[in-house]
Design a protein around this ligand. Structure first.
Ligand SMILES: NC(=O)c1ccc[n+]([C@@H]2O[C@H](COP(=O)([O-])OP(=O)(O)OC[C@H]3O[C@@H](n4cnc5c(N)ncnc54)[C@H](OP(=O)(O)O)[C@@H]3O)[C@@H](O)[C@H]2O)c1
Length: 346
């Protein structure tokens, strides 16, 4: 079978295809025949050796998004059968309940080889069945961006139909955040550097939009759009440099979901994350800043069920074939995309 290895990233982007023996499942494991995967912001950091938390071996296989079918099952597997269409979260040990940082030790595409491969061995207990109505490509957009936005809006955010949510940019997390908030009947405000993208997110259901490039003081626009009240939940997918404006955008009891510092935040005013020195409104408005770490398998099951019930489709910008994966990286970095990029594996 063929896989991409990240290669010697100290010399720049060094991804290349290698042949490996077909994997054999151990006890409690299955072999997933990977049909589709996708690129996320953290994958860029991994492939370029810029993930600050851990050094990667040059043989690491990247990409944590995944959708496929069961090719072979090992002894002791009763959760799935050969031929089942399946997917899983990349922090696979977070099955339910609270997150524990020790679960980050088992992380597909970071501590374990990821899904830019024709076959991957995975634990059967982690798998979630893909509904018949969902394509592999659609299913492969959900594990990182979709689930993170689900956690931020539905679980931690506790968004209600009377709420307004603000989500920054038109990347994968942001567009899913808008979709989950609309599903719950909430109002949505989406920002972008591009009027064309803002028109597209309005067509996808955004109620209000703000061009953050033309309106650097965008938190004032958020207050104007909400009659001075502010929003109930903010998805900060951009970084600490936007945190002050996120706090200024909040209504009383507002919650800012801190999701990440985007390595492809091409249009931000400063390229380095900045230390937050003031926390405007934090006390007087009783605000919360909450870190978000993707989501559990149980949340993922809920997400997949909700997509089926509400007939929600992910927003896929472009699909690349496995052999042309290297073309996906400059496209991802160009900032042209809206929503997700998918890699069709086989
Ligand atoms: N905590 C977690 O578990 C978790 C999980 C998934 C992702 N993340 C993180 O979440 C972040 C977003 O991920 P993603 O997959 O959505 O990335 P993405 O798809 O690459 O999104 C990039 C988008 O960010 C927007 N952007 C850039 N600078 C901005 C600014 N100053 N203000 C507002 N928007 C800006 C751009 O929108 P426009 O082009 O419209 O301007 C761009 O399209 C990344 O940092 C990622 O690492 C964290």
């Amino acid at each position: 079978m063929r896989v991409y290895e990240i290669g010697d990233y100290t010399k720049g982007l060094s991804l290349h295809i290698v042949e490996r023996p077909d994997p054999v499942p151990g006890h409690g494991e299955v072999v997933m025949n990977v049909r589709a995967t996708g690129v996320n912001a953290r994958d860029l950091s991994i492939m370029e050796g810029a993930l600050t938390t851990r050094a990667m071996p040059y043989t690491r296989v990247p990409l944590s998004d995944n959708a496929g079918d069961v090719l072979a099952v090992g002894p002791g597997v009763d959760q799935v059968e050969v031929g089942d269409r399946v997917t899983m979260t990349h922090y696979w040990q977070w099955l339910d309940g609270d997150w524990n940082v020790s679960m980050a030790e088992q992380d597909y595409a970071a501590t374990l080889d990821g899904f830019l491969a024709e076959q991957v061995v995975v634990p059967a207990e982690a798998l979630v069945k893909i509904p018949d109505s969902m394509t592999y490509e659609d299913a492969s957009t959900l594990q990182s961006a979709g689930l993170t936005a689900w956690n931020a809006v539905v679980e931690a955010g506790q968004v209600r139909s009377c709420d307004t949510i603000l989500t920054l940019g038109t990347g994968g997390v942001s567009v899913f955040g808008m979709q989950w908030a609309k599903m719950l009947g909430a109002q949505t405000i989406v920002t972008s550097s591009s009027d064309d993208k803002l028109e597209r997110v309005r067509a996808l259901g955004a109620d209000y939009t703000i061009n953050y490039r033309n309106s650097p003081d965008w938190s004032q626009e958020v207050l104007d759009l909400t009659d001075g009240k502010g929003v109930n939940v903010v998805l900060n997918n951009v970084g600490m440099q936007e945190m002050e404006k996120c706090l200024l955008s909040c209504a009383s009891n507002g919650r800012v979901m801190y999701i990440g510092a985007n390595p492809v935040a091409h249009s931000q005013s400063t390229s380095e994350p900045v230390a937050l020195t003031r926390f405007p409104n934090l006390i007087i408005k009783d605000l919360t800043i909450k870190g978000i770490i993707v989501g559990s398998r149980r949340m993922f099951v809920d997400l997949v069920q909700a997509m089926t019930t509400n007939q929600i489709k992910p927003v896929i910008d472009k699909v690349f074939d496995f052999d042309n994966f290297l073309d996906a990286i400059p496209y991802m970095k160009s900032g042209e995309k809206l929503g997700k990029i998918v890699i069709r594996v086989q």
